[in-house]
Ligand binder design. Sequence first.
Ligand SMILES: [Zn+2]
Ligand SMILES: [Zn+2]
Length: 296
Amino acid sequence: MRIDLHAHTCVSDGTDTPSELVRAAVAAGLDVVAITDHDTSAGWDEAVATAHDAGIGLVRGMEISTRFRGRGVHLLGYLPDPTHPGLLAELRSVLDGRDARVPGMVERLRGLGLDVTVEGVRRLAGPTAAVGRPHVADALVAAGYVASRGEAFDRYLSPGRAAYASRAAADLETMLAALAAAGGVGVIAHPWGRHDPGVLDHDGLAHLAGLGLVGIEVDHQDHDPASRAELREIAGALDLVVTGSSDYHGLGKVDHDLGCNLTAPEELERLLDAAAAAARAAGRDVPAMIWPRPEL
Ligand SMILES: [Zn+2]
Ligand SMILES: [Zn+2]
């Protein structure tokens, strides 16, 4: 059973359509894939329809930009009711913040003598629900200033670089509550990605577990073997679900091929049980977790 619980489409900053993602997951030999675009469920319907036809398990999720104790944290939200008003309002404010950030970055780049425009960035972004830094990076690549998104981030767009602009993100604790109210569950994405544990050390994660956090993404390309081992130990101590995933972005990110990290079937089972409990506690119908429901 091959399970990958974190993948993006062109609805956010990946390059595959939701249908293409599902077909790529089949081609990669996956049994279950999650669609987790940034701050939106806009790709779910198309992905569900294709998964139904292709006979692969699909978990509906999103990767939400949040802030916890002063640091940006990505929260994977699985199986919430995407029409829940409280959750929708939180996501709307994140998307608005992301959109408002682009003009600031473009302004700074223009100040550095680089000829990029907000219109150009939006044109490149296409029908995405959230225009953000990756699309500014794409504009820099298209204009020939840098060779890749990675170089654009390294030279201009990362924290501390000249064109970086910070933005409002949802408060992580508020978002966990909103997810729960919508009958979903939260898993911290790549908690130690490219950083020290920082606020997401044992104490920080214990605090969040007490607020209903269900799991942490341990097996991720941004974690070295030592980090994975340590995170696995913390997850065990805090009874958190351990997930593994690719963080696939199509052609938008190298070394993140579908299935390059996997989630164990029993961990997915725990995640789905927690989601069913959350839906029941929120007084909502327990959603079809996955279609088709595989034998785990
Ligand atoms: Zn992320
Ligand atoms: Zn991601």
